[in-house]
Write a protein that binds this ligand. Sequence first.
Ligand SMILES: Nc1nc2c(ncn2[C@@H]2O[C@@H]3COP(=O)(O)O[C@H]4[C@@H](O)[C@H](n5cnc6c(=O)[nH]c(N)nc65)O[C@@H]4COP(=O)(O)O[C@H]3[C@H]2O)c(=O)[nH]1
Length: 844
Amino acid sequence: MSSQPLLPQSPCAPGSSGPRRAIDFVLLRWRSERTAPPNLPPYENVALGNLGHFADSMALVVQDKAGEMNLARVGATFCAWGGIPRDGAAFSCLRADRAHSLRDAIDFSLQTNEPARVTTHQVEDGKFETYDLWALPLSSLWGPPVFIIVLDRRDAKYDVLDTMFGATDEGMIALTAIKNTCDEVVDFQFVAFNDGAARLFNMPAERLQWSRLSELGLHLEEAEVVENLARAVQEERRINFEVTYPGEHAMRHFKVSAAPIGELISVTLTDIAEIKERERSFRLLFEGNPIPTWLVASDTLRILHVNEAAVRHYGHSREAFHQMTVLETLSPNSRTEFANFLHDLDRPYQGHDVWHHVRADGSEMDVYPYVRRMDLDGRQNFVISVVDVTERRKAEARVAHMAHHDALTDLPNRVLFRERLQEALARAQRNDHLVAVQCLDLDHFKEVNDTLGHPVGDKLLQAVADRFKTSLRETDFVARLGGDEFAVIQTDMESPVEASALAARLIDYIGQPYQIDGHQVVIGTSIGIALAPADGVEPDHLLKNADMALYRSKNDGRSVFRFFEPDMDARLQARRTMELDLRHALKAEEFELHYQPLVDLESGKVCAFEALLRWHHPTRGLVSPAEFIPLCEEIGLIIDIGAWVLEEACREAVHWPEEVKVAINLSPVQFRNNRVVGAVAHALASSGIAPERVELEITESVLLQDSETNVEALRDLKDLGIQIAMDDFGTGYSSLSYLQKFPFDKIKIDQSFVRTLAERPEASAIVRALTGLGRSLSIATTAEGVETEEQLEHLRSEGCTQVQGYLFSRPLPAGDVAEILKRVFHRAEAPPDENEARGRISAA
Ligand SMILES: Nc1nc2c(ncn2[C@@H]2O[C@@H]3COP(=O)(O)O[C@H]4[C@@H](O)[C@H](n5cnc6c(=O)[nH]c(N)nc65)O[C@@H]4COP(=O)(O)O[C@H]3[C@H]2O)c(=O)[nH]1
């Protein structure tokens, strides 16, 4: 119902074309009687007099003093509209909706002092009708306002059923049952139907009306359909069923809902072809899906359907699945959790969490579930699919393991070591415990690698790793930081003594011989220890300090452990300063060569001078080569310095008597990059010295590294005419074996044997063996570091051919060479009485 005031300027388009209407008549009167607006026309002039049949659709309403409305006079049509008996009916007797409309019309006219209209509707005999309800305000002599009400029905009527059922696509049919004499339903007849039904059957309405189902060829005459409809009639209840039959182009699917109403049966037909198609697609998707999928009843969690992929993947038969709830696909300890998860699921879930499922054979797998609720056949279900991520997770775990572990030994790597150290430090801080970081380095690992080959080196590292694993407590942690470097975190310590005990144990255990590929390998380990919190509370800081302590333990002779001390840092700084100083020492001409004579014991004459490098540091004074040469080797500076030594020594020696040679030390580092032969050749050429006057001293480490290439280089040097001596013989790993590799011209017996000749019988035995070796190889043997007459006598008696040491002369600047030579030559001219000669030499 719509209700709005209408202020008729020209009163409501009076029905000029149709028969005259009451409202036109009354409005005309009302206007003509309204002489001086806003005064209202008097009641007597408008409402009295001959209204004829117009009075049927009018009513007179009087408002009493209390504001109540009263129906004073009511026409017959108005009475019928209002649902009240004729005349005298109280306002309150009006049907509620009518009273409401009437009051609206009166209120609007009161507000405006003009005629007002509202619209009302009613359904009469299945027809929908619209009325305009007019209220015309009038004045009255006796005071309270009076209204004349006119009911004006519009012409248009609409069939309500047509309106209701015309729009729907569903077919609505009213059938009546045709029964045989036995009162059995044999057919049905169309009584009424909507446009939707005609459209569904694709038949004109005339063809359907009063037709029997059996005549129409709609497949609705089939026994099953008739039976279902008959059942609805007989059982007096609604029956739902589906009908499928081949249509012109495709299969047709209807959902039929039949409900008996008296003699009639109301049938609703819904075209469900689309739904069926969707169902078919779903089934196809479900079955053809390569991912295991189940349709599960949401209340019982029973498996209703399962696809082939699930059968294959889980190893249960379909029948077995249909006996199971979906929870039984899970490992027992996660079933309750999954049931709760399903219960609370209010939106589609795309697996982010891993669930553990079990196959029929009991094997477990990790899956991501995809779950959504789905209504099917009026029941609430879950569609659950799972993606098996077992292999992916294993691969991820492998990658994560690889990122944190060393491939060769499977020990944790530096990344994991730092993480664990961080955790251990945080824990130790809370518990007030100590943490030790022990950095370990295998002594002479490089030699093993170089002599026995990398495969043996790798196996040795694995064997060392195994020893770590078996010798540490569970709370301790070991990692391989790289190469032959390992590190241990020792936690929950009360005192540093525990760290030294572990270090000592490791040194002993790692130092036990290894049997690898038929070789017995012995290797030591040096350890540097830093303690938290005293030596640092940050992982990097502790590692750095432990590393410094390791550096010290290696310098202190290896196979020992050292605790970090604060001044190690200062020493490292000093080393860095020295490195900077060394880098410009060559340019600044701070190097000088000193020469120490080598005396031939047979002739008593100086047969050579060994060139020994000296560094005059601008502030520190003379720095020992033992201090700076290892550093030069480390930083590669020895290549340039070594070349300078070669040039300088040859340049100097060329001025000496022809029979006096010059011995020059070569570092193994100079052999790298194959530059040593070129450097020597250049020194020879630029000085003009005869190659046979040059003796190069190398240590066995030259043959350890890249041995083939270096032997090649030595041969090239020898081809130049140069002599090659093996320095520090007897101190290395396997000096003897190197004598086989290259035909040395001389062996220099290390001064450590000479020094202990008197005290240690073994030293004497070694010297005897070495001199014997020299003799049998027909090469010279030079004993270094001869300081006393006793040593000299001993060496002579053992058959040593040359000696060198402070007994004869300390290394002296080049300017002193002539003086030394003069003295020794002069004295060497005396008769070769052995004792005399010795006395003369010793005087030098
Ligand atoms: N206690 C004692 N020592 C004696 C005696 N006689 C000689 N010495 C010292 O023994 C060392 C012998 O040299 P080295 O074994 O080749 O050992 C050398 C050599 O390995 C290295 N070196 C020196 N100059 C050079 C060089 O130009 N190039 C290279 N690559 N290394 C050099 O530095 C090391 C140390 O050289 P220096 O300090 O000059 O020390 C020299 C020498 O001064 C003695 O009777 N008693």
